[in-house]
Design a protein around this ligand. Structure first.
Ligand code: OXD
Ligand code: MN
Length: 647
C-alpha cells in the first residue's frame, strides 16, 4: 500500500490536520469560524476577498452544505482529500505507481453532455445563429435569463446537504501573467478539487493575488442528488437525468449540476477557458481557442511555436508531445488542449496554455503512439474509467505491449475482463489527469507570463476521404474559412453515437461562448490587430483505396511540421492547388520512411468529392449560420467552388 495511505490511516477526518496556532496567527484550520452559520472546517474565511466571501455566502445559503472547506492547495490538504476518497470508494490506489489513483464513475456519467450545455444571454441571437426553419441548430444551446434562474432553483436548493462545500481558488494561466484569469469554483466533489489542483494553479496564492486584482469568474458546481433521493452509485454521486451546465457570460458566471466528469465539472477547462473565455476574448480583442501549443526546433537550432485545433480525441495530445522521426528535430510541449492568444505591443501573436495539467484520453496512448505521455502519466495522476490490473496498475486499449504477463484485468466497470469479453476494458473516453510540469519535454517557456510567439496555426480533423495530408491557406481570410469549414469523424469525447463526419468549426463547436457568426467575424478582425500567423489544414487520417491509412502519422508527422516551418521562413516549396497551397512534389521530406508513400493518393483532390464538400459546406453555412456568417466567408466559399470547377 502506498506510504501516504499508511500515513493517513490515523488522521481524523472532518478535522484540520494542521497544528492549531494562537488565535491571532494565520492558520489553515478554520474549525472556529462560520459562514452563514455553517462550520468552516478547513481554511480561513479572512483569506477571502469581500466579493469571494459574498459568492461563498450566497452558495452556502443556496446549497446548504454541512461544512465549508476553503482550499489552500497544500500537500496535506490533498492527502486529506485522497483519504476521504479512498474511504468512500471514489478512488482505489494504484500501488504499481507513485501517488496514482483510479476513479470509476457512475456509468451514466462518462463524457461531456453537449445537449445539456447552455449559454445564457438576454437575446438568443447573441448566443447562437438562427438556423433555417425546421432545422435543428447545432452551434450551441441558448437559455433565457429566467430559464437560467429556474434551472438553478429546480436543482440547487439544499443540494449539498450532508456534504462538504469546497471553495477552490484557481488561476487559468501562470499566476500574475497579464494573460491569465482567476476563477473561484465552489464544488461538493473532492474528486473535482483534487483534479483542479492538477489542472489549474490552485490554492492560497491565488487568493493572495486576488487582493491585488479583484476580478474572478464565479463557478458553482454540484454533483447533485437524483430527485428520488436514490444514489445508485454512492461512490460516484451524480444526477444524470437532471445534469445541466450553464454559462452567463455577462456575469462571468458558470453553474454546473449533476455530473462529476471532466469538462462538466472541472470548470476551469471547457466552461471557463473556452466558453466564458471566448466571450472575454471577444470583448478584449484576443482569442481563446481549443488548441495545443508546441515549440519545434530544426537541426539549425531555429525554434518556432505552432498552435493546432483538432476536435476532441483527434490527437492533440499526441501532436503536442511529438517524438519527431526526422533527425535533428526537437518538439517541446506548451499545452495540449487550450490556447489563449493575444497580440503584444509589437504586433506578435503570443499564446499561453491556461491549464496546468493534461486531461488526456487514455485509450490509444501507448509507448508506440505517445512515449512522452507514457513517461509523464505514471506519477501523481488521477485515472478515470480505465481498466485495473492485478499488479496494481492500469490498462487500456493500445497498452497491450506494456502488459506484464499473467496479470488479470478488471474493466472500467469493475468486472473481470479478458480479450474475449468483446467489450473495451477501458471506457473509450477514459482519461488521465496529470501535472503538465512532469512532461519530460515540457517547454522551458511554458509558464512564461508573456506567452510564446506563434508562427503558424493548424486546423485539422479525422477525414478518411478526399482531404490531403497538408495544405496552406492562401490568405488570412481563406484560413478563417478553412477553420469555419472544418469537419471530422465523431469520437467518444462527447455523447455522439456512430462514426459520422460532423461539422466542427475551429474544433470549437461544443465550446463557443457566443454566436458562431460573430466569432468568425472576430477571427477575421484579428488581421487588423497585428501580424497574423500562417494558417494550415492537416489530415493524418486519409485512407487509401485499400481502406488503410495512407500516412503513418505520429512521429512521421514531423515531416509535415518541417514543411510548415519552411513555409513560415518564406521558402517557395509549394504549388498552388484548388484548395490551397500543397507541398510541391519532392518538397515534402519523405526520405527514409519505413513504407513507400503514395504521394499522388495522399495529395489527390477528387473533383466529385470536393464538389460535394463545397455543397455540404454551403448547406451547413446556409442552414446553421445564415446571415450571421460574414460575407467574406461566403466569398471564400464561392472562390473555392470556382477553383474546384477547374480541376
Ligand atoms: C477534452 C475534450 O476533454 O475536448 O479536452 O473533450
Ligand atoms: Mn479538448
Amino acid at each position: 500500500m502506498p506510504e501516504i495511505i499508511e500515513q493517513l490511516k490515523e488522521m481524523p477526518l472532518g478535522n484540520c490536520a494542521l497544528p492549531r496556532q494562537n488565535k491571532n496567527q494565520q492558520t489553515n484550520c478554520g474549525l472556529y469560524s462560520h459562514i452563514r452559520g455553517t462550520n468552516v472546517s478547513f481554511g480561513n474565511v479572512s483569506s477571502l476577498t469581500p466579493s469571494v466571501q459574498a459568492f461563498v455566502e450566497e452558495s452556502v445559503a443556496l446549497c446548504q452544505p454541512d461544512q465549508v472547506h476553503i482550499c489552500d492547495g497544500s500537500e496535506i490538504e490533498n492527502k486529506i482529500l485522497i483519504k476521504l476518497m479512498l474511504d468512500d470508494g471514489t478512488i482505489i490506489p494504484l500501488p504499481k505507481y507513485e501517488n496514482c489513483w483510479l476513479a470509476r464513475t457512475n456509468p451514466a456519467d462518462v463524457a461531456r453532455v453537449e445537449s445539456r450545455t447552455f449559454i445564457c444571454t438576454e437575446h438568443k441571437d447573441d448566443t447562437i445563429p438562427t438556423p433555417t426553419e425546421g432545422v435543428k441548430g447545432t452551434l450551441g444551446n441558448w437559455i433565457s435569463p429566467s430559464g437560467f434562474d429556474q434551472a438553478i432553483q429546480e436543482r440547487f436548493p439544499g443540494c449539498m446537504k450532508g456534504r462538504t462545500m469546497y471553495v477552490v481558488p484557481f488561476s487559468m494561466g501562470p499566476l500574475g501573467s497579464a494573460l491569465s484569469k482567476i476563477g473561484i469554483e465552489i464544488t461538493d466533489s473532492p474528486y473535482v478539487v483534487a483534479s483542479m489542483r492538477i489542472m489549474a494553479r490552485m490554492g492560497s496564492p491565488v487568493l493572495e493575488h486576488l487582493r491585488k486584482q479583484g476580478d474572478f469568474v464565479r463557478a458553482l458546481h454540484s454533483v447533485g442528488t437524483p430527485s428520488n433521493g436514490v444514489m445508485e452509485h454512492p461512490s460516484w454521486p451524480c444526477d444524470p437525468e437532471r445534469t445541466i451546465i450553464l454559462h452567463k457570460p455577462a456575469e462571468n458566471l458558470i453553474v454546473s449540476y449533476g455530473s462529476g466528469y471532466g469538462g462538466n465539472s472541472l470548470l476551469g477547462k471547457k466552461c471557463f477557458a473556452l466558453r466564458i473565455g471566448s466571450t472575454i476574448a471577444k470583448r478584449e480583442g484576443w482569442l481563446a481557442e481549443h488548441m495545443l501549443i508546441l515549440g519545434i526546433t530544426n537541426p539549425k537550432g531555429e525554434k518556432k511555436y505552432i498552435t493546432a485545433a483538432f476536435p476532441s480525441a483527434c490527437g492533440k495530445t499526441n501532436l503536442a508531445m511529438l517524438n519527431p522521426s526526422l533527425p535533428g528535430y526537437k518538439v517541446e510541449c506548451v499545452g495540449d488542449d487550450i490556447a489563449w492568444m493575444k497580440f503584444d505591443n509589437d504586433g506578435i501573436l503570443r499564446a499561453i496554455n491556461p491549464e496546468n495539467g493534461f486531461f488526456g484520453v487514455a485509450p490509444g496512448t501507448s509507448i508506440e503512439t505517445n512515449p512522452i505521455a507514457m513517461a509523464t502519466i505514471f506519477k501523481n495522476t488521477i485515472f478515470t474509467n480505465v481498466a485495473y490490473t492485478s499488479d496494481g496498475g492500469v490498462y487500456w486499449e493500445g497498452m497491450e505491449s506494456s502488459l506484464a504477463p499473467n496479470v488479470e484485468i478488471t474493466d472500467w466497470l469493475g468486472n473481470p475482463w479478458t480479450k474475449e469479453s468483446g467489450k473495451p476494458a477501458a471506457h473509450p473516453n477514459s482519461r488521465f489527469c496529470t501535472p503538465a510540469a512532469q512532461c519530460p519535454i515540457i517547454d522551458t517557456h511554458w509558464e512564461d507570463p508573456k506567452g510564446v510567439p506563434i508562427s503558424a496555426i493548424l486546423f485539422g480533423g479525422r477525414r478518411p476521404a478526399g482531404v490531403p495530408l497538408i495544405y496552406e491557406s492562401r490568405s488570412w481570410s481563406h484560413g478563417v474559412f478553412v477553420g469555419a469549414a472544418m469537419r471530422s469523424e465523431s469520437t467518444a469525447a462527447a455523447e455522439h453515437k456512430g462514426k459520422v463526419i460532423m461539422h466542427d468549426p475551429f474544433a470549437m463547436r461544443p465550446f463557443f461562448g457566443y454566436n458562431f457568426g460573430h466569432y468568425v467575424q472576430h477571427w477575421l478582425s484579428m488581421e487588423s490587430r497585428g501580424n497574423v500567423p500562417k494558417i494550415f489544414h492537416v489530415n493524418w487520417f486519409r485512407k487509401g483505396s485499400n481502406g488503410k491509412f495512407i500516412w503513418p502519422g505520429y512521429g512521421e508527422n514531423s515531416r509535415v511540421l518541417e514543411w510548415i516551418l519552411r513555409r513560415c521562413s518564406g521558402e517557395q516549396c509549394y504549388t498552388d492547388a484548388a484548395i490551397g497551397r500543397v507541398p510541391a512534389e519532392g518538397h515534402l521530406n519523405l526520405a527514409n520512411m519505413k513504407d513507400d508513400i503514395d504521394y499522388q493518393e495522399l495529395f489527390s483532390l477528387p473533383k466529385e468529392f470536393w464538389l460535394e464538400e463545397v455543397a455540404e459546406i454551403r448547406n451547413y453555412f446556409d442552414s446553421q449560420v445564415g446571415s450571421d456568417l460574414p460575407e467574406q466567408i461566403y466569398e471564400e466559399l464561392k472562390q473555392l467552388k470556382e477553383r474546384i470547377a477547374q480541376i
